[in-house]
Structure formats: structure tokens, C-alpha cells
Write a protein that binds this ligand. Sequence first.
Ligand code: ADP
Length: 385
Amino acid sequence: MNPLKTRIGVLGGGQLGRMLIEESARLNLHFNILEAEENCPCAAFANTFIKGSLMDEAKIRELAEISDVLTYEIEHVNTAALLKLEEEGKTIIPSPRILQLIQDKGLQKEFYAKHEIPSGKFFLVNTKSEWARLIPLLGSEKFVAKTRTGGYDGKGVAILNSAEMLEHPDRIPFEGPCVLEEFIVCEKELAVIVARDSKGNLVSYPSIEMEFDPIANLVTMLLSPARVGSIIEERAEEIARKVVAALDGPGLFAVELFMDKAGDIFVNEVAPRPHNSGHHTIEACYTSQYEQLARILLGLPLGSTELVQPAAMVNLLGAKDFSGSYKLDNLESICKLPGVFVHLYAKAESKPMRKMGHVSILAPSMEAVIEKANYVIEHLRFVKD
Ligand code: ADP
């Protein structure tokens, strides 16, 4: 079959799906989108748009019927329905078996332990009495609690004080199945994107260094390559590749990592899809994370992950002080800068801290990249239209 005729079905119509379609437009690929929100970022770009919940088995089957291969741009989907479709012979990349593992932070931690992937001490708990018994065994002043399922973008994650939780169990913020993790004193948060094709070939992208907004817990700026030196770079890529090799199936994966003061690397979690920390690859790498995923879905060879120039990515978040229709302040001065690429996700309304778009910034040196990125952060913002 002609790979360029492969009809790709995507669960989710957000910005990740939009960029997957944008980056595939050069190859004139065919996309079917399932999404509950008609006004979503993919709406105008899809060949066929199916309105429906990502939990609705009948809608997922409708998507599968008109698609040769399925993928997803968000983890919160009906995995049981996908597992059934896979059993019936449908190609789903990454496999819902991998998605099932990743949807549960407890299973993920057990998986790392089983495969001897460094990921920090943890315990799985269900009841408050288990919290009380196991917090002291983590042996740190602070620890991190996460609900096993349903969390995203920092929701369902809390950094807690061990003594306080033992003295005041009423302050425990979550009910039900949780993971309690040792708090890793992090020098840098890194991410490595790894792509694996159906033949088992693996490629990894140069690592990415993240900076977070401490209040919203969203990435504000990322830099690639991370400023960590070649030994840590190699270690980070090696660990990320080990994770993806162990997952044992095709797909594009973002492996989030912590680096401590000693330069040791720990795996935080994996996303089985294009990732916020790979947006810069559109302009900064020979093959973007989105084109890479499209190649995997089509059965084409993996592309080069080499960086063309050092790069930064700045998320454009909705202003804290208003919701509604918007325009970009200072767009004109930003347009005059070379190597600065503004992306907007076609969100109907701006909302406080909502991911509305991003800017990729390239320059011959990392110093010049950071200078331009700071200019973008200071000047480009959403205002009421
Ligand atoms: P989400 O899936 O919602 O993004 P994460 O598991 O990535 O949640 O956690 C969100 C953030 O919390 C991380 O990016 C990191 O800053 C912090 N964090 C999570 N786990 C730990 C840990 N074990 N030690 C230190 N910080 C952590």
C-alpha cells in the first residue's frame, strides 16, 4: 500500500494534534479527528471531524472504521475500547497496552523498578493508615504524593511535609489509590524525546532543559540542548532510550527526567505522544517530533533528530486578568526578530494560564537564544481584543 494514503485517526483535537496535522501537510496526509469540542484547535484542519467524547466506545469505533491507523494526542481516553480494537487487529500506535501502563502512575513506578530504571523510592497506598505507616519509610523531610490516575499538568500532584502529614492526617489532600514518592532535590528538570518505529529502531532527540512557573506548575521556557555537558547528556539519552526500549512498542515518547546535584538522573514519567517539551523541534530539528510520529504511523524510516541550531521554546499562556477574545500585544516588534516563530493554537477564548500558543526561538549561540527568549517573555502577551 502507498504509505502516503494511510488514513490517520487521532483521538483528541488539541494543539498537539493540530501541529501533527500542520507538520504532515507537506506530505498531504489524511487525518480524521475525534474530539468533543467542535471549536477545537484541529477543527479546521481535519479531513473528517467526529464530534464525540474520547471515552465513548461507539465514537472511537466510528473513527477506527474510517482510519487505517489510530493514535492519540492525550492520555485521557477509553483505553479498554482501544485494547479491544487492537485485539480485533486494528493498528494503534503507541499500543493501548503501553497507554494503560502510563495512565497509572503506580504501574509506571513499578515498571521502572522492574526494569532497573532509576526513578526514586516510592510506595503505593490506598488508605490514610497506609500513608501514616509508609511516610517515615521514605525517609525525607518532604515527599511527593500523586493520585495514580486522572492527574495532569500538576493537578493530582502535591509536595507535602512528612511531619505535618503524620501529625495532621486530615490535611492529606487525596483519597484513594496514590503513589508516595521520595522528594528528589532537583538541579534541573530535563526531557528526552525518543521515537521507535515498528521495526524496533530507536532515535532520541537532544535533551531539553525546563523552567517551570512555580505557581501554575507549567513550563515557561525550555532550552535545547540542555546545558548539562556531554556526559550527562549521554546518560539522559541512554536512560530515556532504555525506558522506551522496555515499553517495547512503536511510538513517540517524551521521557521526563530529574537531575540531582550529583548529576544522577531519575525518570519522573513518560508521555506516549508528542510533548510540550518538543515544540521547538518544528524549527530547530531536521525532523520535528510531529513529522517523526507521522513517519512511524506511515511505516516510513525515522528522520534525523539533529538540532539545526540551539533553541528555546516559550509557552504563551492566557493572561491572569481576563477571559474572552484576545489579541497579541507587541506582535509587530516580535515579528522583526530573526529566528523567532510564533505559533497560535486557535483557542476560541483566552483563559488565565491556558496554553494558547508558543514561540520557538533559534540563534547561533545559547546566549543569544536566551536573550531573545527573555525579550519574547517580556513583550508578547495576550490582551483583550
Ligand atoms: P503531571 O503528570 O501532572 O505533570 P508530574 O508527575 O510530572 O505531574 O509532577 C509535576 C511536577 O512536580 C514535576 O514536574 C516536578 O516539578 C514535581 N515533582 C514530581 N515528582 C517529584 C519528585 N519525586 N521529586 C521532586 N519533584 C517532583
